[in-house]
Ligand binder design. Structure first.
Ligand code: 5GP
Length: 195
């Protein structure tokens, strides 16, 4: 997706060979027209998949998921990372290890919102080692729902998550796939783009 890749090159900050900071349009400040274009792209790629719900993880997955949900005309559910006072019981939970934060957290989704009747599209902001997606897949499995596929805004293809998910025969669509962040440069899999 050219618009997204141009934005990454223009505004993304390479923090290390492993980590890209996109606080100015996705992870802190949000760029609504870009989110709309991302939502349209996910909706186009998954329009024939019979999706009934989108499942994401708070907080950075919400904006792109919301736009895709608006266009596909389906509800968006975000898994919670903290237990809320009103979300005590009746939950699907899974453990997710974050390599960026070096901590393991439980994520949870109410049993009211994902059921065996659903065909679910998973969306997340980044795919790195795949742990967040694996946690969401675990919840879909517990619910007995059908998985349509996984939509990722930015995949870091040099990390193992993409292969881990795809080798389970799961459809993964990433809108930008980064081949390398070495030397402070962002290089995508389809041809070189640098900063
Ligand atoms: P995974 O579970 O695939 O290792 O990592 C996915 C999660 O870690 C994403 O939801 C995202 O919040 C965070 N993450 C992983 N790598 C990066 C990165 O390079 N930049 C940012 N901003 N977040 C990342």
């Amino acid at each position: 997706m050219k618009l997204l890749k141009d934005k990454i090159v223009q505004d993304g900050k390479v923090l290390s060979d492993q980590v890209l900071k996109v606080d100015s349009f996705l992870n802190h400040q949000i760029d609504p027209p870009l989110m709309q274009a991302i939502g349209e792209e996910f909706a186009e790629r998954f329009k024939d998949a019979g999706i009934t719900k989108i499942l994401t993880l708070e907080s950075s997955g919400i904006a792109p998921s919301m736009m895709a949900g608006l266009i596909l005309g389906v509800p968006v559910i975000f898994a919670r990372k903290r237990k809320s006072l009103t979300l005590i019981d009746h939950l699907y939970t899974a453990s997710v290890h974050s390599f960026t934060k070096n901590e393991t957290n439980d994520i949870s989704v109410s049993k009211d919102f994902v059921t065996s009747e659903d065909t679910v599209l998973l969306i997340d902001d980044f795919l790195a080692n795949g742990q967040a997606v694996l946690g969401l897949l675990d919840i879909i499995e517990q619910a007995g729902a059908k998985l349509a596929g996984v939509g990722i805004v930015i995949e870091k293809g040099f990390q193992p998550g993409g292969a881990l998910i795809r080798e389970q025969d799961i459809r993964v669509e990433s809108l930008a796939n980064i081949a390398s962040l070495e030397n402070g440069q962002v290089t995508f899999f389809e041809g070189a783009l640098s900063k």
